[in-house]
Design a protein. Structure first.
Length: 242
């Protein structure tokens, strides 16, 4: 990093979000340019006086918002503008119910294949990460707390497990375009906190995870397709109620 170290307040209740904001600012003002590799976790820890878990959560925030992409065994990079689909899918044009459903169809096609490849190519390290994420999501569900960031992280991890960097880059850098759910208003956010919804979502994620564990490509693709098809139906119900 080219800026002076910024040490975060130890009493902050959300150090990871503060760190994510700092790194995001460095990306926006050009200190971290498109394609640039971010400093290592250890370097970020030293520069900002935070723990490794804070750094990892901050990077997850950035990845979920399409700012960076992590390449397994290589590092984390600022997303290249050329990878973005903004010229093909303009987020501001996704306005009507049919627009949203059309984009969800793209996501279903993309992620079903990603799940199949992840089942064939995943490592034990991926499985450990999957399990930890699912456990965190379920803990938040029990507390009726939002977990959209972990949901996105789960889908990004599946993309990473394909071993195909283009799946990862598309899902990471273009999450806002490909996942219109994250652009919907308060009505969806409130409905997504219902215990029934959270239980269904977590059960669907478990089905995807179990298929990946078994290295069942067909089962993983089917579980992902069912999960996203159910998400599409939930979107329809929420948007029709607006």
């Amino acid at each position: 990093m080219h800026s002076e170290p910024v040490f975060l307040a130890k009493r902050s209740h959300n150090l990871s979000q503060e760190l994510a904001n700092i790194l995001d600012s460095q990306i926006r003002d050009g200190q971290l340019s498109p394609g640039a590799k971010l400093p290592s976790e250890a370097q970020i820890m030293k520069a900002h006086g935070v723990s490794r878990s804070v750094v990892r959560e901050a990077l997850s925030h950035l990845q979920a918002n399409g700012k960076v992409v992590t390449r397994q065994g290589i590092g984390t990079f600022v997303c290249e503008p050329i990878i973005r689909l903004s010229g093909m899918i303009d987020p501001s044009s996704v306005e009507t119910l049919q627009d949203v459903l059309s984009v969800v169809e793209v996501r279903i096609s993309l992620e079903s294949e990603a799940a199949a490849l992840a089942a064939q190519r995943r490592s034990e390290a991926h499985l450990t990460q999957f399990r930890a994420l699912l456990d965190r999501m379920q803990a938040r569900a029990r507390a009726s707390s939002p977990s959209e960031d972990l949901d996105m992280e789960m889908h990004l991890l599946i993309a990473q497990a394909t071993g195909n960097r283009y799946f990862t880059e598309i899902m990471s850098c273009l999450s806002r375009e490909l996942i219109p759910r994250m652009r919907l208003n308060k009505a969806f956010n409130e409905s997504s906190l219902s215990q029934a919804y959270l239980e269904r979502r977590d059960a669907e994620h478990e089905d995807i995870y179990n298929a990946i564990v078994r290295q069942d490509a067909i089962g993983a693709a089917a579980a992902m397709r069912l999960h996203l098809s159910n998400s599409r139906e939930r979107l329809v119900k929420v948007m029709q109620s607006l």
